[in-house]
Design a protein around this ligand. Sequence first.
Ligand code: NAD
Length: 305
Amino acid sequence: MGSLDQLVAVVTGAGRGIGREHALLLASEGAAVVVNDLGGAPDGTGAESAPAEQVAAEIRAAGGRAVANTDDVADSVGAQRIIDTALSEFGRLDIVVNNAGILRDRVLVNISDEDWDLVVRVNLRGTFLVTRAAGRYWREQSKAGRQVSASVINTSSESGVFGNPGQANYAAAKAGVASLTQVAAKELGRYGVRVNAILPQARTRLTEGAFGDALAAKEGAFDRWDPANVSPFVAYLAGPSCQITGEVFIAGGSRVQRVRPWERDPDWKLQTEGRWTVAGLEKAVADAGVPQGQKWTANPGKGAK
Ligand SMILES: NC(=O)c1ccc[n+]([C@@H]2O[C@H](COP(=O)([O-])OP(=O)(O)OC[C@H]3O[C@@H](n4cnc5c(N)ncnc54)[C@H](O)[C@@H]3O)[C@@H](O)[C@H]2O)c1
């Protein structure tokens, strides 16, 4: 008996890296899986059907249920087709893992229009489009009086919530994914859908370029950067025993850690009567002290997270 028996999952970007591990684990827990992957390069160029097909074949060879899909998550027809594939092949949908992502790291002043648009398109628009298609299905089910117990797991990044230099496009997109998660949790809860996000930590082609040997497995020791370490928490969030919604967690190695949402700072608040004047603000800020901002970054210096 698996924790996800009888359930149907979509995992985007599941042909490689972390998404592949999610798909394999969800399937081994009993879920039927739509293995989506466009099969392009880390920068979003190109397309190939082999990665999705191989993972789906691997699941079937192990006795699980899986079907490959090679649509682009950021195309609205494609995103709808990913969800429709779950319904036509397996008759229902319970779990969506939005994992597909790309990188085009540059300092802000060197980011081209295309570098900006494509990174935001895949990471943020792709997450939105797949979630919208799934959300419409669950709304319809709920309104038809059927009991819905569904889960969406989005993939943000420490870069997005802590602001990694060199990744303005990626960080903005991933911060958007974290905000989208909070709003989707509030809106879709009434239909029986929970929505959470993870900030994964793993050795994949996206991180190996930047960190290289630092992420290598050490003989005889627990492989802290193995992408498979991220998947058990995703499978837990996906399952019917989980009640968590609207939250964001770091997941990697042996650790799962909640990230607090943005919050109003009770210790830095300026209040006046009526409208502020600039001179009044200059004095008030001098009295309160200049805010020091974030005390640390996810990944000081360089790197892709
Ligand atoms: N590796 C890390 O430590 C790390 C850290 C933070 C966030 N992430 C995020 O985790 C997710 C998985 O990344 P990964 O490290 O496994 O990288 P990866 O490149 O190995 O996997 C990403 C997969 O997404 C697919 N993909 C890209 N664009 C797509 C599209 N438009 N439609 C469908 N599929 C598409 C790719 O073909 C690829 O197989 C990404 O969202 C990434 O931003 C990874």
